[in-house]
Each structure stands twice: as C-alpha cells, then as structure tokens.
Ligand binder design. Structure first.
Ligand SMILES: Cc1cc2nc3c(=O)[nH]c(=O)nc-3n(C[C@H](O)[C@H](O)[C@H](O)COP(=O)(O)OP(=O)(O)OC[C@H]3O[C@@H](n4cnc5c(N)ncnc54)[C@H](O)[C@@H]3O)c2cc1C
Ligand code: FES
Length: 273
C-alpha cells in the first residue's frame, strides 16, 4: 500500500505568485525537504484544514528539487480558502497519484503542447521536465491560448522557454486589448503558423472540452494519429484511490488509470469526451 495516497502529509507555503486576477501559483516545501518525486502530469489531493480536499495537478517538474508548485484558480470552497493562506501556513497533501505523462515513451520524440487557459498548469510540469532533460527529447512547440491577455498564465516563463534550443512558443488570445500585439484567434489556429512536424511527434492538450474538440479536428487534418494525442481528464473526485467510483469514466477510474489518456483510449470510453 502506498500510504501517501491515504494519509495527508504536511506541506508549508513558501511563496505565492499571482498569475491572473483569480489564479495563483503556490510554492510549497515539505518539512523533511525535497519534493514530491512526482511524474509530470500527476496530481494530488490538496487539503485546506477545516475546508476539505480538492484534486489539483502538480505544475512543477520533479527536477525542481526543493519544493513543489500548484497553480490554482479560486472557484469554490477549498480553493478560496487556499488563496487566503499566508506564507508559513500549512496544508495537507495526499499523493502524488495518477499515471502522469509517458516520459519514457516520449524520449527521442518531439512534443507539441496545446493549452487553453488553466490547461497550461499540468502541461508546464512536462515542459519544464523536458527543459531540464533537454538532450533526451526532440523539438518542443508550446501553443497557449487564453480568452484575453490578462488571462494568460505563466507569462513569466515564455521568455525563458523561447530561449531554450529547439523550443518555440506561440501565444494567442480570443480578444485582444491595447497591450496585445500578438495573435488573435483560437489556439488551434497557431498550428498553421509554424512548421510542426507530424512524424515522431506526440501532442499534449489541456483545456476546455470545446477547445479539445476543435484542436483534435485540426490535428487530424494535419495527419496526427489518435494514439499520438494525449490529454488529461478532469472528473469529480473524492477518494483518489479507486474506491468511491466518483471519477469513473467507462471502464476506467480517472484517479487510478488516468488522468492522462490518449485520444484513442478516450474514444473507447463512453462519457470521456
Ligand atoms: C485531475 C484534476 C486536476 C485538477 N487540477 C487543477 C489545477 O491544477 N488547478 C485548479 O485550479 N483546479 C484543478 N482542478 C479542478 C479543481 O479540483 C476543482 O475546481 C475543485 O472543485 C475545486 O474545489 P473547491 O472546493 O475550491 O470548489 P467547489 O466548492 O467544489 O466548487 C467547484 C465549482 O462548483 C461551483 N459551486 C460550488 N458550490 C456551488 C453551489 N452551491 N451551487 C452551484 N455551484 C457551486 C463553483 O462555482 C465551482 O465552479 C483539477 C481537477 C481534477 C479532477
Ligand atoms: S476518486 Fe474515488 S474512485 Fe477515483
């Protein structure tokens, strides 16, 4: 039995960085030091004491050795309480859980990341993992879309990512403003603004279902096969250990079998798409 899935560990808030008006990246340390040894794409159950638990993706790469990070939107009971915490306050974490992204299978291949809004949070863990293990992986394209310029996450990472050899960062917004001089349009339109190679390339998509629907149509047009397209499924969760059935999709439990699935796997599970 992996006890970390059942028993919360304590983590201490070390830093808060506002990404947008309602979304913050939180940096936590473990009293015993180190990080969560997570695989990129894994999640945890976050406890804010007195408020409850919520499943959250780990946005940091395990190559960040002395802490872990969560990027969380203030939407409800637990996340609102988290946003009110101050440096030095404690939370509980269960996990990491889930399969994570296939970092071994991706070795030697190129990666396309397509993010809509908060979807960049789970993808960032793999982007930074590749950045820190650069020689093991091929080219990287990061395509990030948001409703408005103010809704983009991790703007402070764009410059660093675009300077890494073999990385290309393309961003867009649905609606521009006076400050925005970049692309305006849906994130899928960015696929046609660069020379993405289909051969030997895996695609990682995270974002709202409507975005996923249209982006997968664009990818099919470009020649990407369903088993080279991966995404994370978000479902209501309670236990996080395959016992309660809340996260059930077809014959799978998102907490145990996911959250990462190929598009080919999703198509086989009723209710996944
Ligand atoms: C695998 C996975 C990974 C995730 N990763 C992230 C992540 O990295 N970052 C992130 O920010 N989120 C993430 N989420 C989403 C997050 O878990 C949910 O938003 C979670 O519900 C937040 O908990 P909460 O208690 O703050 O919100 P809740 O109180 O559960 O509220 C959730 C939603 O329900 C609505 N709601 C609440 N109460 C009511 C009511 N009485 N009537 C009607 N509507 C109501 C809220 O407005 C909100 O939209 C992830 C979810 C999953 C499954
Ligand atoms: S959350 Fe309980 S079975 Fe997945």
């Amino acid at each position: 039995m992996n006890e970390s899935l059942y028993l919360p560990r304590i983590a201490v808030l070390k830093d808060k960085r506002a990404e947008t008006s309602d979304t913050v990246t939180f940096t936590f340390g473990l009293p015993e030091g180190g990080n969560l040894n997570n695989i990129p794409g894994q999640c945890l159950q976050l406890t804010v004491f007195g408020y409850g638990e919520a499943p959250i993706s780990i946005t940091s790469s395990p190559t960040k050795k002395d802490c872990f990070q969560l990027c969380v939107r203030d939407v409800g009971n637990v996340t609102k309480a988290l946003h009110k915490l101050e440096i030095g306050d404690k939370i509980g974490v269960r996990g990491p859980w889930g399969n994570g992204f296939p970092i071994e299978e991706l070795k030697g291949k190129n990666a396309v990341f397509i993010a809509g809004g908060l979807g960049l949070a789970p993808l960032r863990s793999l982007i930074n993992y590749i950045a820190d293990n650069r020689r093991d992986y091929g080219k990287v394209w990061i395509l990030s879309g948001a409703r408005t310029p103010k809704d983009h996450l991790f703007k402070w990472e764009w410059d660093r990512w675009s300077k890494i050899d073999g990385f290309e960062v393309l961003t867009t917004v649905d609606r521009g403003d006076d400050t925005w001089t970049g692309n305006v349009g849906v994130v899928g339109s960015l696929l046609y603004k660069t020379d993405i190679q289909v051969e030997n390339t895996m695609v990682f998509i995270c974002g709202p279902p409507i975005m996923f629907h249209f982006v997968t149509m664009d990818l099919a047009k470009l020649g990407f096969k369903d088993d080279m397209i991966l995404s994370t499924l978000e479902r209501h969760m309670k236990c996080g250990v395959g016992k309660c059935g809340h996260c059930n999709v077809g014959s799978k439990y998102v907490c145990m079998d996911g959250p990462v699935f190929t598009y080919a796997e999703m198509k086989k599970q009723p209710g996944a798409l």
